[in-house]
Design a protein around this ligand. Sequence first.
Ligand SMILES: NC(=O)c1ccc[n+]([C@@H]2O[C@H](COP(=O)([O-])OP(=O)(O)OC[C@H]3O[C@@H](n4cnc5c(N)ncnc54)[C@H](OP(=O)(O)O)[C@@H]3O)[C@@H](O)[C@H]2O)c1
Length: 280
Amino acid sequence: MEIVRLNNNLECPVVGIGTYMLSPTDAENSVREALKMGYRLIDTANAYVNERAVGRGIKASGVERGEVFLSTKLWPSEYENPDAVDQTLERLGVDYVDLLFIHQPAGNWLAGYRQLEKAYREGKARSIGISNFEGKYIAELETKWEIVPQFMQVEAHPYYTQKDLRVTLDQYGIKLMSWYPLGHGDNSLINEPIFAELGKKYGKTPAQVILRWHTQMGFVVIPGSRNVHHIQDNLDILDFSLTDEDMARIAKLDKNVRYYHRTDAQLNQFAAWRPGFEKE
Ligand SMILES: NC(=O)c1ccc[n+]([C@@H]2O[C@H](COP(=O)([O-])OP(=O)(O)OC[C@H]3O[C@@H](n4cnc5c(N)ncnc54)[C@H](OP(=O)(O)O)[C@@H]3O)[C@@H](O)[C@H]2O)c1
């Protein structure tokens, strides 16, 4: 497995599996099968309401806990809950996570970030991250963090490459983890002719070419899937390399247009919503 080295020297696999919008049953199955295939990075969140299922999937896979890089996210409703980290660990069935994010710059997000820093100091999170903190949010946090985060998780794909944000991230050695890496099921990205052409050249599918582009951009990528064939394909991207010329051609697709447009009103809704956590 290829890895990236984080700014605290921790190693993280470059490709993993995301579990957004997966029901507990699908999340458990996808995580178990992915780990059996060789995946070692799993991404979930309080808000996905599948953390218990992810924990069951890890156990059922037979893969040692120490070999798995497990990432989750605190939801804004939990930022002022002093037990949020312990409750998250309890749901996952683990005594630490490898990466803990705050999911949105909503509500009292600085209290949430302080919880991450505390969890990091206590060894409950081996690395910490911010998610959806582009622009003014990272600019404010930069003046307040006591521990520089290891990751920023944001929307990124060939149509939206986060050019401006990457300038700040590079300054601190913060790694970008891409969400919606394949366009979240929108076919226009996958159907761009260049991916079929390069796929033919390397014996890969268009999706595999896109995922390889992410890793060659230096991004960690966590495609979501409930389809075992896709899950298998999404890991099978490390035995070829796109050339500089291929990368330059893909760069021309950058329209600086994102799929998901978040508004301030949505941030207020996020702050007011509490996930209906799984009981068991
Ligand atoms: N921090 C945040 O706010 C945030 C927001 C969104 C997502 N995320 C994270 O990022 C992860 C990835 O995002 P996502 O799952 O929304 O979007 P995505 O990975 O871009 O797209 C998932 C879609 O692509 C399809 N797909 C997966 N592999 C494929 C392949 N090899 N060929 C063709 N189609 C394929 C899946 O369908 P099948 O099931 O049929 O394979 C699914 O419909 C999430 O699971 C989550 O962990 C984070």
